[in-house]
Design a protein around this ligand. Structure first.
Ligand code: SF4
Length: 339
């Protein structure tokens, strides 16, 4: 049995006499203090493994053990036991952006004794983690943001949501908060113009079509219908699960990639099999080896990446981009400008 992350589950197994002992693997990468926290009744403090399998992928490709949200594992000599020290005199830190980076900064800085304020424009913290968690079969991912925010707040950080910071109100916020340090953790957004690494350009004709990003679909900001093409340049689980969501909502869904297959950045014997199964079950058609030649309003012309003369035209009431991201660094530049 795998995926034992909650002590209640472990206890139930023991009580039911289904096992004599519970051995943890990935859960101890996520939180090496699991046993200690259970003994002390601090179950809410446990950093639960969310099955991201970042650890697995790193190890099988020859890297070190690492965890998607425990930066200490594999770096114990630098950041392990005893390395987190209190500062002699706390300073005021203003963190703009309550995604995983901003929350992790807040968690550690507050634990060291700094006075930390996090401002997040959305109603909830979490940033990218929330988008991933909104996809089918990915809800557990959201635990990353829940844990980080709870730990940051528990360490004394103030977290304010629904507070947008932009170039117009930045000075007023700085005047009100008087921070010693400002941390810009505004992250990035997925582009809807199909910018990708093949041409380092937006996809031609994107402005003529109904183009959105996979995040728009995952979060429900748009609800496509009819014929939908998902263009996958990421090769992880995002585009396939977005396609599954669309197909389950009744869309005639095609998942198109320029690569020989989908999911090349996933773990083949775990995620790929799992993702492929969901694609088949939901009826998504997968089309490899195709790159966008031109988006023409409600259709897309593709060319075969090996024989460019072979082209394929497909209907597209909606085109969902799982392509490049762009840093949201306007505030950083505004804050760095001479004033
Ligand atoms: S990387 Fe993911 S699967 Fe691995 S220990 Fe961390 S949370 Fe668990």
């Amino acid at each position: 049995m795998g995926r034992i992350t909650h002590p209640g589950v472990a206890e139930d197994i023991l009580q039911a006499d289904e096992a004599d002992a519970i051995l943890l693997a990935r859960q101890l990468f996520a939180d090496e203090h699991w046993v200690q926290k259970v003994r002390e009744g601090r179950e809410d403090d446990i950093r639960r493994c969310v099955a991201a399998n970042y650890c697995w992928r790193s190890v099988i490709s020859g890297g070190r053990v690492q965890c998607v949200y425990n930066p200490v594992v594999g770096r114990e000599r630098q950041w392990g036991e005893g390395s987190l020290t209190a500062v002699p005199e706390g300073r005021k830190a203003l963190v703009i952006g309550g995604g995983p980076a901003g929350l992790e900064y807040a968690r550690i800085a507050a634990a060291r004794g700094h006075d930390v304020v996090v401002v997040e424009r959305e109603a909830e913290t979490g940033g990218h983690v929330r988008w991933h968690a909104a996809l089918p079969k990915r809800s557990e991912y959201g635990q990353i943001a829940v844990w980080l925010a709870a730990q940051a707040a528990g360490n004394g950080a103030a977290i304010r949501t629904g507070e947008n910071v932009d170039e117009d109100n930045l000075d007023a916020l700085l005047a009100a908060e008087q921070p010693d340090h400002v941390v810009v953790a505004t992250g990035s957004h997925y582009r809807r113009d199909g910018w990708q690494g093949q041409t380092a350009q937006p996809l031609p004709g994107w402005e003529t079509g109904n183009c959105v990003s996979w995040v728009d679909v995952a979060t429900g900001a748009v609800e496509p219908s009819g014929s939908v093409i998902v263009i996958d340049d990421l090769q992880d689980a995002m585009a396939p699960l977005t396609a599954v969501k669309l197909a389950n909502a009744g869309c005639d869904t095609r998942l198109v990639t320029r690569w020989p297959m989908i999911g090349m950045e996933t773990i083949p014997e775990v995620y790929y099999l799992w993702v492929r199964q969901h694609l088949y079950e939901s009826g998504v058609e997968v089309l490899p080896d195709l790159f966008v030649k031109e988006i023409k309003g409600d259709s897309v012309e593709f060319l075969n990446v090996y024989v460019n003369e072979i082209t394929t035209a497909l209907p597209a009431d909606w085109i969902v981009m799982a392509t490049g991201r762009q840093s949201d660094n306007d505030l950083y530049h505004a804050g760095s400008a001479p004033r």
